[in-house]
Design a protein around this ligand. Structure first.
Ligand SMILES: [Fe+2]
Ligand SMILES: [Fe+2]
Length: 396
């Protein structure tokens, strides 16, 4: 007979509560059939292989128009990525991503290059206009109306992240689509112009269209004079924020704590020096979406039942790691690797294997691995996070 603790393995919470109730009522546990342990490994049991977790976003076909282009990564292209979708968008100088909103998703963005101006309206009438450059982040909560325009002088490129993997950039609620499908008598009554004034409005969605480069320095005034001031900034300068430095690289993290309006996601940029290792870790509260900005790396995920899966990533490719799945990232090549990361929670959480092992008594670790105390003493006593390249001459 195993110890009681072992007997509880595999019981559901409801079964455990039932057991506690019966015990407290003076009934012997013998009257409760203890189900077969489910959490314990069973030799020979078959498990589904881990799903593919890679999509070549930049290598995919997208939408191309006169004012810009867009490519997307949703559950259609990467079925495992149910909670986060991504878009790579480019706008030519003056190019306008028209006034629109997203019914099912909040929008996060990181500017890779160029300059972009956003306008946004919140449900309580606060309006904002902000200019963004490389390394800056914006966030528009679900349903807020917004538009994007490239300020020039060069093309702007930015990566958009949406907090729902089923979101498609090609099914947004655009103002031309709505107006173009509304009777002109309704438009006339609503907007106070004669019906004839709407004859030349677009009849279908414009999406991205060429436009005039707006004034570069001063912001244009909004059409409404007494606009309420914006109370919750949509802009966060991620690359201008202080980095967390580690031997093998650095992290910049923006959670809701630093950027209050960003209420569904956490954004991260990770820089890995050549040969570095983002250590074995997992995120207890969040799925993880990665976009490779530059350099190469190899990710290995761990999904229990002896299942691991490895894939290699380079610029323009997307990775998705499910909540709670173990993973590590090995940098590849002589150039540093820069990765944009989104986590599907406004609160940042991670557990690193080095921290975990340091947070246990020596005896537990010796018993768990069957190793000597001397070896345990050589394990890290604090978090590694990003390990530097191993000097092969000293790693005998
Ligand atoms: Fe949008
Ligand atoms: Fe991670």
């Amino acid at each position: 007979m195993k110890a009681n603790n072992d007997d509880c393995r595999g019981l559901t919470r409801r079964q455990l509560l039932g057991l506690a109730t019966l015990t407290s009522a003076g009934l012997a546990a013998a009257s409760v059939g203890v189900p077969e342990a489910k959490a314990a490994p069973k030799p020979g049991e078959q498990h589904e292989p881990l799903e593919d977790f890679k999509h070549d976003l930049e290598g995919s076909e997208g939408w191309v128009g006169e004012g810009g282009s867009a490519k997307e990564s949703t559950v259609k292209q990467l079925p495992v990525a149910t909670s986060i979708a991504g878009v790579s968008m480019r706008l030519k100088p003056g190019g306008l991503r028209e006034l629109h909103w997203h019914a099912i998703a909040g929008e996060w963005a990181y500017v890779v290059k160029g300059n972009v101006r956003t306008t946004v309206i919140s449900p309580n009438g606060e309006a904002a206009q902000d200019d963004f450059g490389p390394g800056d982040v914006w966030f528009f909560p679900k349903g807020h109306g917004h538009a994007l325009q490239c300020l020039g002088p060069d093309e702007a490129h930015f990566i958009l992240g949406f907090d729902d993997g089923h979101f498609s950039e090609f099914g947004t609620f655009s103002i031309t689509d709505w107006v173009g499908h509304t009777p002109s008598n309704v438009l006339s009554q609503n907007l106070g112009l004669p019906e004839s004034a709407f004859a030349n409005f677009p009849k279908s969605e414009a999406y991205i269209l060429p436009g005039q480069v707006p004034p570069a320095a001063a912001q244009e005034p909004l059409r409404q004079i007494n606009q309420q001031a914006n109370q919750s900034p949509h802009k966060y300068r991620l690359d201008a924020s202080p980095a967390l430095e580690f031997p093998g690289g650095e992290l910049r993290i923006v959670s809701q704590k630093e950027f209050p309006i960003q209420n569904t996601l956490t954004g991260v940029t990770m820089l890995l020096k050549p040969g570095a290792l983002r250590e074995m870790h997992w995120h207890p509260n969040a799925d993880e979406w990665q976009f490779y900005l530059s350099g190469r790396a190899r990710i290995t995920i761990f999904g229990a039942h002896g299942r691991t899966k490895t894939a290699e990533f380079g610029p323009g490719e997307v990775a998705f790691i499910k909540q709670g799945f173990g993973h590590f990232v090995e940098q590849i090549g002589d150039e540093p690797t820069k990765v944009l990361i989104l986590l599907k929670s406004p609160v940042y959480e991670e557990i690193n294997i080095s921290t975990w092992l340091a947070a246990n008594p020596v005896a537990i670790i010796t018993d768990n691995f069957g190793i000597t105390k001397e070896l345990v003493d050589r394990l890290p006593k604090k978090s590694i996070v990003i390990a530097a390249k191993i000097d092969s001459s000293s790693s005998a």
